[in-house]
Design a protein around this ligand. Structure first.
Ligand code: AMP
Length: 217
């Protein structure tokens, strides 16, 4: 499986990538998760990225491209990968093409997950993540059994700094300007599959698997 999930923040890319990789033994390359870990560990990358992420802006292309190139070349990606959160700019998309070509690989398809803006704000505002294992919850749609505590590892749940309303708006603007043009980019390459991202998590997972199956047929 070599799939790219494309969509605005809050489209459910992380949740869906999680499930796909678990089911198909592929590796999940989620640049947001990698960056958040780097910020937490105060690595040089994390120190550069922290302020940019808090404002909802994009980390420079050169940093992101190096990071993804290194990640995709690791052994565990040989069995396949699901990219979530990368590419986010045309430059990143072009670089990805080069990285994959150099590895003798290419994408099976790009699944674009469509969600209306009002639903996105509601989803992101209520989103909570576990500090321990990273599992995602939602205050209303997918609450944990015990308030603020992860069902899986008993870790503490927190709200991402960039999931506050003002930053959500900034991220959506950045998405429209920098990332949405990638939909046409991949359509032109015959790789695009569009799905409706509204509904039950399992149903959306089925739509993605169906789209992937069609792309390989
Ligand atoms: P995400 O978890 O995918 O919403 O990413 C959180 C934040 O990390 C974004 O708002 C950006 O600041 C940064 N980020 C993640 N992926 C990228 C990327 N491919 N290019 C630039 N910045 C990124």
């Amino acid at each position: 499986m070599r799939v790219l999930l494309l969509g605005p923040p809050g489209a459910g890319k992380g949740t869906q990538a999680d499930r796909l990789t678990a089911a198909f033994g592929a590796c999940q390359v989620s640049t947001g998760d990698i960056l958040r870990k780097a910020v937490e560990d105060k690595t040089p990358l994390g120190q550069k990225a922290a302020a940019i992420m808090a404002k909802g802006e994009l980390v420079p292309d050169a940093l992101m491209i190096d990071l993804v190139a290194e990640r995709l070349r690791r052994e565990d990606c040989r069995r396949g990968f699901v990219l979530d959160g990368f590419p986010r700019t045309l430059e990143q998309a072009q670089a990805l093409e080069g990285i994959l070509k150099a590895m003798g690989s290419e994408l099976d398809c790009v699944v674009s997950i469509r969600v209306p803006e009002a639903a996105i704000v509601e989803r992101l505002e209520g989103r909570r993540s576990c500090r321990g294992c990273g599992v995602l919850y939602h205050r209303v749609f997918h609450p944990p059994a015990r308030d603020g505590v992860c069902d899986r590892c008993q870790g503490t749940l927190y709200q991402r700094e960039d999931d506050r309303v003002e930053t959500i708006r900034a991220r959506l603007r950045v998405y429209e300007e920098r990332t949405a043009p990638l939909i046409q980019y991949y359509r032109d390459r015959g790789l695009l599959k569009e799905i409706d991202g509204v509904g039950d998590v399992d149903e959306i997972q089925s739509r993605i698997r169906r789209a992937w199956g069609e792309a390989r047929a």
